[in-house]
Design a protein around this ligand. Structure first.
Ligand SMILES: [Zn+2]
Ligand SMILES: [Zn+2]
Length: 185
């Protein structure tokens, strides 16, 4: 783990000064997904090491692992960092194409982001809401169980449960386009 020369202790993240993007810091156990080895740059930007929160920001290879430079506030990664650290990003896909993602912040604020013209945008006008985990719902056979869940978090829990049971199960979430469920009792 290396950071560029000139990055002092005050710029690094810690439990009392976590990364404003992901909420992580380096001393978290390695197995915890929120560990972040980034720092605050002298340019004021937040250099977060979490690739899955980077959108399509270019990696800064001067650090190992690479970091991604986030702007404070509305950022080119499609996230408004004024809302505080992100806890999860949920992808909404149909036939393998991601139509939009829902960014869940640790303070339980949700914001959609979309990818178009080569970059992510915060876009509050998600045109057609689709079922979360729609591809699995479509792939489910007529005799497979499909669970209807409150939100994405429950869907993900359900997916893990389904995997353990080695049965094809699918879940969906929210009050989205429920057409794929209509043929089910
Ligand atoms: Zn981070
Ligand atoms: Zn960002």
């Amino acid at each position: 783990m290396t950071t560029p020369k000139g990055v002092d202790a005050q710029q690094r993240f810690s439990s009392s000064n976590p990364c404003p993007v992901c909420g992580g810091y380096p001393s978290l156990p390695h197995h915890q997904a929120v560990r972040c080895t980034g720092y605050v740059g002298r340019d004021g930007r937040i250099y977060c090491s979490r690739e899955n929160y980077a959108g399509n920001l270019a990696p800064n290879d001067k650090t190992t692992p690479p970091t991604y430079a986030h702007s404070r506030g509305q950022c080119g990664c499609g996230i408004d960092h004024k809302l505080g650290p992100v806890s999860e990003i949920y992808s909404y896909s149909d036939n393998g194409t991601t139509h939009y993602e829902i960014v869940r912040h640790q303070n339980k604020e949700f914001r959609p982001r979309r990818f178009s013209n080569g970059r992510y945008h915060i876009d509050l006008r998600v045109p057609v809401r689709i079922l979360y985990n729609l591809d699995a719902v479509k792939a489910a056979g007529p005799d497979d169980s499909v669970f209807y869940c409150e939100g994405e978090k429950d869907v993900d829990t359900c997916k893990r449960h389904g995997l353990r049971q080695r049965r094809r199960r699918a879940c969906d979430g929210r009050q989205d386009d429920a057409q794929p469920l209509k043929r089910r009792a």
